[in-house]
Ligand binder design. Structure first.
Ligand code: CU
Length: 157
């Protein structure tokens, strides 16, 4: 009797532990992921929609890529009629909600490509969250005049 109780507590403990240890990345789905490639060595903006199916908000803290030496989380905003970019530490994805990285707003700034990235290429980015978890996502490279991921999701914006 005593041993079966011990087994039950152990099982309950394991279940609780695995629930508590579910990472931020496990609750995030990335979609409409694309990169706007600019000519020359100009930095490229990466855009993605992040959906959180979890009960807790998750914070995107940045990303990395083997294709670019530097990736930073930026926000574009208009100030006095001028577009400017600022670095941000993190972007919250609300519980059961979405965060949208899109032109003229939040984006990942990709700098110093290790080799030229052309429209049509697929680039892997590793999205990083504030709890240390990561989510790999495929971004499609699009030309400078693209407005969206090219799958129809950008229509109407
Ligand atoms: Cu930027």
């Amino acid at each position: 009797m005593k041993s079966s109780f011990a087994t039950l507590s152990l099982l309950t403990g394991l279940l609780l532990a695995s629930a508590l240890h579910a990472t931020a990345a496990e609750h995030i789905r990335a979609s409409h992921a694309w990169i706007r490639v600019l000519p020359g060595d100009l930095p490229a903006g990466a855009y993605v929609t992040l959906a959180n199916d979890g009960d807790q908000a998750v914070a995107l803290s940045g990303a990395s890529s083997t294709a670019y030496a530097t990736v930073m989380l930026h926000r574009s905003s208009m100030q006095g009629g001028m577009s400017r970019m600022t670095m941000v530490d993190s972007l919250a994805v609300p519980a059961h909600g979405k965060a949208v990285l899109a032109p003229a707003g939040y984006h990942l700034m990709l700098m110093q490509p290790r080799s030229p990235v052309k429209p049509g290429d697929t680039v892997q980015l590793l999205l990083k969250f504030s709890d240390g978890s990561t989510l790999p996502a495929s971004f499609i490279a699009r030309p400078a005049d693209a407005l969206g991921a090219g799958d129809g999701s950008g229509a109407g914006h």
